[in-house]
Design a binder for this molecule. Structure first.
Ligand SMILES: Nc1ncnc2c1ncn2[C@@H]1O[C@H](COP(=O)(O)OP(=O)(O)OP(=O)(O)O)[C@@H](O)[C@H]1O
Ligand SMILES: [Mg+2]
Length: 236
């Protein structure tokens, strides 16, 4: 049965809703318009590829969706939360529960084991150490690396490092995953494995995915492709 909370939650089937978003940087007297009126709707369960030339604003847009950054104007609603209205602290907490971020260069912490890296996002949760370990191991199993849990990043191949990073991204069971060129630093075979895994996360685990990629073959794995140019999303 549904319980009433003071929080107003609107249930929609939209996982990501970006409305009229502008992102402007200022350098000296120069105004740099990086995103110029972006509208993007990603339904729950969708797998979207975001393509576009270097400098077109792809990473900037992903960072807004992930709540790593805030828009200059416009709204970003992800998992039923208006990201721009949260305080820094609330945003960090929200992010750790609702979005998983996968980077091109994995961003694992070199002095932590695979297991410890995966468990990191759970530090903000009330789980016990034992529960955190169990969750991390489950995530490592999903990416097929349970047998590497005690390895350090430098003892893993690039593809394995990325799989650990994906385990870290899913360990809190977020609704939305964003990936910034997740196969950009990998050979063809490892890239293929990572894309298979992304597809599994989408199809079996029902994750909504927004993936930036330069690779048309990677983009074909997605349901739809969006093209960004000079801060504007092109019409489909
Ligand atoms: N903190 C910042 N201050 C000023 N300008 C920035 C900042 N971050 C990004 N930019 C500018 O915003 C533009 C878009 O950058 P962004 O990283 O989003 O591009 P991208 O599409 O991800 O490119 P790439 O394919 O090379 O990764 C670039 O012109 C960049 O110089
Ligand atoms: Mg980028």
């Amino acid at each position: 049965m549904a319980t009433m909370t003071s929080e107003v939650v609107t249930r929609t089937t939209t996982a990501v809703n970006v409305q009229n978003v502008r992102k402007v940087y200022h350098r000296d007297s120069l105004e740099i318009v990086v995103l110029d009126g972006i509208n993007l709707d990603v339904p729950e369960g969708e797998f979207v590829a975001l393509m576009g030339p270097s400098g077109s604003g792809k990473t900037t847009l992903l960072n807004l969706i992930a709540g790593i950054d805030r828009p200059t104007s416009g709204t970003v609603i992800v998992a039923n939360t208006n990201v721009a209205t949260l305080s820094e602290g609330a945003l960090a907490k929200w992010r750790s529960r609702n979005v998983g971020f996968i980077f091109q260069f994995y961003n694992l912490i070199p002095v932590l084991t695979a297991m410890e890296n995966v468990a990191l996002p759970l530090m903000l949760s009330p789980l016990s150490g034992k529960q955190r370990k169990e969750r991390a191991l489950t995530a490592l199993k999903i990416v097929g690396l349970a047998d590497r849990s005690q390895h350090y990043p430098k003892q893993l191949s690039g593809g394995q490092e990325q799989r650990v990073a994906i385990a870290r991204a899913i360990v809190t069971d977020p609704q939305v995953l964003v990936a910034d060129e997740p196969t950009g630093d990998l050979d063809a075979k490892s890239a293929e494995e990572i894309l298979n895994l992304m597809q599994t996360l989408n199809q079996e685990f029902k994750k909504t995915i927004v993936m930036v990629t330069h690779d048309p073959r990677a983009a074909q794995r997605a349901h739809s492709q969006k093209h960004l140019e000079k801060g504007v999303l092109l019409k489909d």
